[in-house]
Write a protein that binds this ligand. Sequence first.
Ligand SMILES: Cc1ncc(C[n+]2csc(CCOP(=O)(O)OP(=O)(O)O)c2C)c(N)n1
Length: 554
Amino acid sequence: MTGAEIIVHLLKRQGTETVAGIPGGANLPLYDALGKSDIRHILARHEQGAAFIAQGMARSTRKPAVCLATSGPGATNLITAIADAHMDSVPLIAITGQVPRSLIGTDAFQEVDMCGVAAPFTKHSFRIRHTAELLSCIPQAFSIAMSDRPGPVLIDIPKDVQTETADFAAWPAPGGMVAAHRPHGGSIARAADIINASSRPILYVGGGITQSGAASLVRKLAEKASIPAVATLMAQGVFAFHDSLFLGMPGMHGELSTNLILEKTDCIIAIGTRFDDRVTGPADLFCPKAAVIHIDIDPAEINKIRPASCPITADAEAALEMLLPMVTAAKREPWHREIANIRRAHLPQPDERSPIAVINAIGEAAGNDSIVTTDVGQHQMWVAQAFPFQYPGQLITSGGFGTMGFGLPAAIGAALMHPDRTVLCFTGDGSLFMNMQELATIAELQCNIKVFILNNNHLGLVRQQQELFFGGNITASRFEVPTDFVAIARGFGLNAARMSHVDGMAELINTKGPALVDIPVDEQAMALPMVPPGAPLHKTIGGSAVRKLCGGMK
Ligand SMILES: Cc1ncc(C[n+]2csc(CCOP(=O)(O)OP(=O)(O)O)c2C)c(N)n1
């Protein structure tokens, strides 16, 4: 078989049914073999779009997904999305074409040292030197991408490796998940002792809970021992929006009461989370009175930001299975009374200009099984605060890297994997510009994606910081010429309208197929509350309309 045929066959053996990419000279042999196979290829309009489409597939299935690019600029166009996958632990397989082996190192046309470029952002990268290596490297790449803490893997394949033939006796086994560390029994017992002795515990859950499939166990723990919980951006939906034990999102855009409650806790149970600065502010001032139980699959995360009194390197599900029976059932009524008092004393101040009511109403209209993607900016924070998330993994967002341009192509990936569901993509006018070309891909595929632009004619989050922290000096964050997104979307062949009330949107949401809604937003509206960058969590500025507009406790 040729190298190209071997690659296609190995991808199929890994269960890959759909890939996204763009062809070019250095990967044409691979595309030739792909075209003769039954793997579905999604032609993105930009390689970054292809990699985010693959991320949407991977994030919505929790399985590795594949993107393809040619050498040189095609390959480097993947880099932002590879780095994004690295930060959010997404099992992405990027297969890049490379110039023929005899030309490597000669500055040949479209030559770039892709393994060198990608090294800081990948779990591993393979430069294939002989066709037979594909048989071990491709299964290994999948295994690395999905095992332990998932992440991106690059496979760089010279053109002549794709055309060369190799003889082999049998297919290798597909790459699978390597079993994670078993939690240490003594550490789990110690964690249980700390929790049982605590009068003010808080669960602090992150994206690792979703990836591990541990959401129902963490909710059981919360219910059994009456432990309130905060969930990071990556963990929205682990606790349903209206769950009485759920205190919302902590950190820079968390409610003041949530952040103040964190300052009172005597025991923080951090699971599948990495004490990101957007959550903690200065790490030593975060939960200053708390013993820290830190459960994470990646040993590099333990003690990285915040020293743990009880460190546990393990998969969250395995750790929770052991921990749950050791934790004593308890009501913790005084703690819940104290929390209720803090929340009453710090009722959010509504910002009537913000579009959170419309975001909440779109969520209610779309039903419980929609998938949500966002771009990056104020709209991302409004969605995190106000969308009525119901299940773990419902929100697909660029958390660690915060990449504008993520939302639209990620929505395509999610829609391809879940054609029976409605995918809601909330974006900003600034973010949409960054991968707008993928509207053409949506039109071609007729995905069931509804794109909502929260249009403030600004790079809103930048404007907000200029307003709050740079004396109102609004520099380079306003678009001088407003863009007619409805006309543009129609030009791509999409159904599109400008609307500000959910009444007109409900029918559109429930009609299958792609559509774009341009929602005008007051350009002064802020994503509040906000803790100034670098400040401790109690220095929150402003309130939020979240609870008032969303009808009661969140
Ligand atoms: C690729 C990229 N470039 C720059 C930034 C910095 N940045 C963060 S938010 C933001 C503004 C986003 O504007 P928009 O998409 O319109 O959303 P809004 O804040 O108005 O809701 C910018 C420029 C980024 N996160 N990503």
